[in-house]
Design a protein around this ligand. Structure first.
Ligand code: MN3
Length: 205
């Protein structure tokens, strides 16, 4: 079955003034759409054609070598962006971490401010193109990690609950070279309700 790009859960201009409409429209309609198409092109006619994208990425090391790189890059790009849109929302709906997430953040990082600092530092220091993530690790604990290119934590046995795309295409039109400003604006747009749902799901195992 072909991977279908999920509908964006908000309008292109819904994240203004923090994220601009033009960047979001290009990011979703061009970059993300292209990853989805190229992933489908890579698996069509193979035995992976009938496997869910998530399951393919979880077991990426066992994907046959001749399509593994195409699947890692384009399947990862497809899945990572779908997840990114899903944990964003208009600023007026963002709020703050919900009960379980808040408690876990305080346990691991000491405070929300300290978490925000460490997450922002990670996102700022991704070298080149990549992503910064908050994941639930094998011990059931929150952890901040970075991935390069379109690599995905689900290929590393980790369960993502929050992510920021720090490829230049995510911010360059509006923020130019100022990645830290883009990261600061991101914190206005986190869908904490969805993060809580992902966190609770990840904790279930
Ligand atoms: Mn991107």
């Amino acid at each position: 079955m072909a991977y279908e790009q999920p509908k964006l859960p908000f309008e292109f201009d819904s994240l203004e003034p923090h994220f601009d409409k033009e960047t979001l429209e290009i990011h979703y309609s061009k970059h993300h759409a292209t990853y989805c198409k190229k992933f489908n092109d890579a698996v069509v006619g193979t035995s992976y054609d009938s496997v869910e994208l998530y399951d393919i990425l979880v077991d990426i090391e066992n994907v046959e070598e001749k399509i593994r790189t195409a699947v890692r890059n384009n399947g990862g790009g497809a899945w990572n962006h779908s997840f990114f849109w899903d944990i964003l929302c208009p600023a007026k709906e963002s709020g703050k971490p919900l009960e379980n997430t808040e408690k876990a953040i305080n346990e691991v990082f000491g405070s929300f401010e300290e978490f925000k600092k460490q997450f922002s530092d990670a996102a700022t220091t991704v070298f080149g193109s990549g992503w910064a993530w908050l994941v639930v690790n094998a011990s059931g604990k929150l952890e901040i990690i970075k991935t390069a290119n379109q690599d995905s934590p689900i290929s590393m046995g980790l369960k993502p609950v929050l992510v920021i795309d720090v490829w230049e295409h995510a911010y360059y039109l509006k923020f130019r070279n100022l990645r830290p400003n883009y990261i600061e604006e991101f914190f206005n747009l986190i869908n904490w309700k969805r993060v809580e749902e992902y966190f609770r799901e990840a904790r279930k195992g």
